[in-house]
Design a protein. Structure first.
Length: 133
């Protein structure tokens, strides 16, 4: 995901770039959600320790997005928490479609994620705003 975000034009607002990077990543032929991913996800969802590990690993991956988001926002992530909050909010917003997809693997996961990101776009836009109210 970090590579997909880095390939987006730097002029794109953080939320737009993040949304497009996520969707591109899900729709990329080399990243197809395979039967193995389905089985791993279903096993993890039935075992809280594995699920916690999988979710923790996703959080670590999303932490890698912070520098790019900060650059897009024109802020220093060591003094402004918004890039980190935006990155980790992505985890919360994408967990619902991921869980839905595990229950119904024939569902279009990219469409589910896109719907969730669209629903939360106003919140993300608020995080992205440069002036603090």
């Amino acid at each position: 995901l970090r590579e997909a975000l880095e390939q987006r034009p730097l002029e794109e607002p953080p939320v737009v770039a993040l949304r497009r990077a996520v969707i591109e990543r899900l729709e990329h032929p080399g990243v197809a959600l395979t039967d193995t991913a389905i089985v791993y996800g279903q096993i993890a969802s039935e075992h809280p320790d594995l699920l916690a590990r999988a979710m923790g690993e996703r959080q670590i991956v999303l932490e890698g997005l912070v520098p790019n988001l900060a650059a897009r926002m024109g802020v220093d992530p060591t003094s402004d928490p918004r890039p980190r909050l935006l990155a980790h909010s992505l985890h919360a917003v994408t967990t619902t479609p991921w869980s839905t997809w595990l229950e119904h693997p024939t569902t279009d996961i990219a469409a589910l994620v896109d719907d969730m990101l669209a629903a939360f776009e106003p919140v993300f836009d608020r995080l992205e705003a440069t002036d603090r109210a």
